[in-house]
Design a protein around this ligand. Sequence first.
Ligand SMILES: Nc1ncnc2c1ncn2[C@@H]1O[C@H](COP(=O)(O)OP(=O)(O)OP(=O)(O)O)[C@@H](O)[C@H]1O
Length: 320
Amino acid sequence: MKAVFVVNPAAKGGKALGRWTAFRKTVAFPYQEFMTKGPGHAKAIARGFAAHQEKENVLLIAFGGDGTVHEMIAGAAGAGHIVVGSVGAGSGNDFGRGFRTFGSAEEIGAYLGRRHASPALDMGEVSFGDGATFVNSAGIGFDAVISRGSGRSSLKPLLNRMGLGKFVYALYTVRALFTFRTFGLEVTHDGERQEYRDVWFATVSNQPYYGGGMKISPKSDPADGLIELTVVSRLSRMKLLLVFGSVFFGAHTAFREVDCRQGRSFSLKADRAVPLHTDGEDAGNTESGEPVVFTVRPEAWRLAGQQRTGRSGIKHESTP
Ligand SMILES: Nc1ncnc2c1ncn2[C@@H]1O[C@H](COP(=O)(O)OP(=O)(O)OP(=O)(O)O)[C@@H](O)[C@H]1O
């Protein structure tokens, strides 16, 4: 198996480059190296490998954050000869909380030598713009506003350099808490229609974690051919803060204002334009009254190493 590193030198406010310089000295197997030049480049590199099947299978290793591995999986989707691995070198690294990642070059060497499992896992697809994908989660509302604000923040590089990257997220959470306007939502799922009022956010998950370690969807399993919807609605600002705090432990699902559902497809129609995120990256605004469909694409990509999460079944809460 051929090993290819795709390095995002800009991840974690540029710290990833220094980490890569040290990491590459520890690599004791032959490899190819690519440096990404900007948004979309990691996807294009993965697409290039996906389009040309050689004799050898390819292990594509993302060296960066969630954005980098998200792009690489999108580019490699459907190519059976590509296995995707990751070394978490970003600020949030939610991918590494839900999926097995490599901690050292030695581990990658061992994987290449021993041919560990490469399970085929699910990916999410979103009918938005030219079509978007997610491996962790995608959603609309309050959390997407935070992703947008913290992603664009001029404070992010500075706080990242100081090792305080997570503060950017906290800062924008508090800001959104005071400025966000809730919305009405219609969800269609399995031929059933559900209406929600005063919605803060609706997130569709493929794995349990998002937002830098919040366990938003505790029962999500990227190997089950299903995705999970979490809708948070009809909460005061203060109670939302409480629910947000409990998300770190996955305890929020006990609140009656948190509704969880499981399925293969969810159509979400908001009554006003709302920001959308895919894997924590800003994806633009949905249009008022226009449905956005979130669908699971089962066994779309292969992960290097045994999958770490995996349970089945989900508690269906009562709806508001
Ligand atoms: N050379 C580059 N210069 C600037 N941005 C780049 C470059 N290469 C890639 N990018 C972009 O950097 C963005 C952030 O990358 P990534 O998500 O990997 O790191 P992060 O934001 O630090 O980590 P995390 O998403 O885990 O918090 C991505 O949108 C990616 O497309």
